[in-house]
Design a protein around this ligand. Sequence first.
Ligand code: GAL
Length: 674
Amino acid sequence: MADSSWPRVDAIAYGGDYNPEQWPREVWLEDVALMREAGVNLVSVGIFSWAMLEPREGEYDFAWLDDIISLLHDNGISVDLGTPSVSPPAWFFHTYPEARVTDARGTVMGFGSRGMASHAAPEYREAVARMAGALAERYGDHPAVVLWHIHNEYGVPVAEDFGPRAVASWQRWLKERYVDLDGLNAAWGTAFWGQRYGEWEHVVAPAATPTIANPAMKLDWARFTDDQLRECFLIEKDAIREHASQPVTTNFMAHQSWNVDLWKWAELVDVVSDDHYLWSPDPDAHVLLSLAADLTRSVAGGKPWMLMEHSTSAVNWQGRNIAKRPGEMRRNSLAHLGRGADAIMFFQWRASRSGAEKFHSAMLPHAGTDSRLWREVVELGDDLKKVASVKGSLVEADVAVLYDWESMWAHELEWRPSDDLQFRERIRAHYERLWRDNVTVDFAHPSHDLSRYKLVVAPSSYLMTAESAANLTRYVEGGGVLLVDAFAAAVDEHDAVHPGGFMAPLKDALGVTCDEYLPLREGGSAAVVMDDGTELRFTAWAEDLKLSGAEVVATYAGGPADGAPAITRNARGEGHAWYLSAMLSTEALASVYERVYADAWVEPAGLPEGVEVVTRRGDEEDFVVVLNHGDHEVRLPMAGTDMLTGGVPVSEVTVAGGGAAVVRVPLTGQGGEA
Ligand code: GAL
């Protein structure tokens, strides 16, 4: 049995979700032949197969799965074996109606779609453990099975359950956390609006309420929900571990994982895997792709990770499902690779004829092999073989962006000073600034050791514990440069305003605190003027700052804080901390970052517009991935070998509009053979 943390595939893994149960057996033969033609070496099987594997309770049918796994194995294709817990069969919900999920308004979810049963239902927990155990017992030693894929995208489509059993689990969870009701009453501030609890059974779920529910309660509810999902994952993982030792994963959704704190989840999997889909309305969706990839690599602790799903072309679940342009799938795939993915996988292998996802693209489209999409799929398989030596190399970053799911949960609750300042928008605005300046970043949690970074950016840290603030202060004192964006450190872990007011725990580091938030009316804007005269427009948000040692770098010109400090810089210990109180766009942030980079000795690479360059470092060489998202050819000076064009030595890399290159640059700095 395998025991490494990476699935045993001697190449960049290439393939996708494979649902053979949707097809007659003669199609399976064609499938494996075409998989070989495309260079597919790994497929995910069984994710939605519960109804086929256990057609009646306790009656298993593994024969078809035995057959397909053998067929794949005989053709040199490895298997990532799914546990089907995301889609219990009709009989399960018929027999155990209490295991259905109840939403906040008390509606019980029906069968006929997909999504998890109630995470609190003992019947569900027992059934998934039995199924995972049975699969592991049967396939734990199978040479084709190189990875376990538990569940599918925890947290979607359903995470929360407001049914009576979930509420009973919630009360148990709260007792463990707070021990006595005095602790809970204090943490939640229940003196407000007369919410004090005298009995544990009186603590209900934050379901439908006449006006907003206690925010501290909702924040704990989010933590509880995440914990429950992790418990369900561990039930399956433990059941697998009784019989099998292949690595275990579950597919995350990086920046789109609303309900699951990936810092915690990543510790439980052997290998991190992620799903990513472009958001069609966004013409620069490739920026969010890079963000998701960097976030995934970061939760993986910098280690290589697997792109478990993306699409060859259009998805089917957006308002307007935009097909990818020629070359776009290749660029997307290489962008993930450049940012640390050693597996490039898709949803799904063969387009489904029936069901909810028939308009979703696939590796093998409805149009068959005489199609542009198929030809691009075969070419990508070929490309991945050419860059196989990239496998195992690492991405290095000098800059970290802070990302904290708990802060997001708290920030996104109701009744904030303005709806216009949002967690994900702020993360994106700062990330995009760094992306456009071609500065590679890691993401980090505010409690992490940050000392190896030259610059740490905190775009959206509404919730910040006193411990994290102390950590950031130490980072600055030790010589780091910190850039903190607006609405920072307002509350503690219970969504309670910090004693001393907004930003009090960061006062030493920043040399400034905030007396009052001054949001703008909808559509409003004003300016801040930097000390060199540069004027930057801002929207939505301003603050009334109180200086306690910081110098003023920019002043408000117009708007509710006219004439008052807007951007500050504070010397503390060996480092500097910047505070940015106005909401600036990616474009406007450029002038601020220019100054911050200078403080931090970060040198942005001047690249033509729309060109993305990211480097993976191997033992003896750098692998430089160059992606041209623009329409015109670009040339970049670079001495190495162009791996995609057959290892030709180059002193300059030429990339056509929409094209990509991977250049191997020996660490001696001289070009050589690929
Ligand atoms: C993913 C999901 C897949 C498929 C895909 C379609 O979120 O894991 O099963 O539904 O979306 O884009």
